[in-house]
Design a protein around this ligand. Structure first.
Ligand SMILES: [Zn+2]
Length: 136
C-alpha cells in the first residue's frame, strides 16, 4: 500500500511511516516507543535486581520452550509481555515478565514495531480525514 500524506500538523514526525527503514534520527520519534522514562527504568537498580532474579529463576527461553517440539535455548534477556508503553503499572509484575533468547526478543520487537507503525498510520489517516471534513 502506498500512502502519501501531507499534513500541516507537527505532532507526529510522519515522514518515515511509509518507508521500511526510516532515518535513524526519526526512527523512534513516535512518542512513547523509547522515551527517557523507559531508559531510566531499564537502568534502575530495581529493574536490574528483578531481571537478574528472573533470569536465575527461568534460565531458558520461554518462547523456545513453547515450540513444538520444545527447543532448549538459554535465555539472554528479560522481556515485558505487556510492554512499558502499553501498561506502565505492570513493569514490576512478575507474571508480566518472560525470559527470552535474543532471537525471540528481536522477533517480538519487530512485530511490536510493525504494530505501532500500523497504529500510527491509522491515527494519521483518521486525523487527515477529520481535517478534510473540516473543509466541507
Ligand atoms: Zn527463544
Amino acid at each position: 500500500m502506498s500512502l502519501y500524506i501531507v499534513s500541516s500538523r507537527k505532532k507526529y514526525n510522519v515522514h518515515w511511516v511509509n518507508t521500511d527503514k526510516p532515518p535513524a534520527n526519526e526512527r523512534f520519534s513516535y512518542k512513547g516507543i523509547y522515551d527517557e522514562r523507559n531508559q531510566a527504568f531499564y537502568q534502575s537498580k530495581e529493574w536490574r535486581r528483578i531481571s537478574h532474579w528472573k533470569l536465575r529463576h527461568d534460565s531458558l527461553c520461554e518462547q523456545c520452550l513453547k515450540k513444538e517440539p520444545a527447543v532448549i535455548t538459554p535465555a539472554e534477556c528479560v522481556d515485558h509481555k505487556v510492554g512499558l508503553n502499553d501498561d506502565w503499572a505492570k513493569r514490576f509484575d512478575i507474571d508480566n515478565l518472560q525470559s527470552l533468547c535474543l532471537s525471540c526478543h528481536l522477533k517480538k520487537e519487530n512485530e511490536e514495531r510493525k504494530r505501532k507503525r500500523l497504529e500510527l498510520q491509522q491515527i494519521i489517516i483518521e486525523e487527515t480525514m477529520n481535517e478534510l471534513n473540516d473543509f466541507e
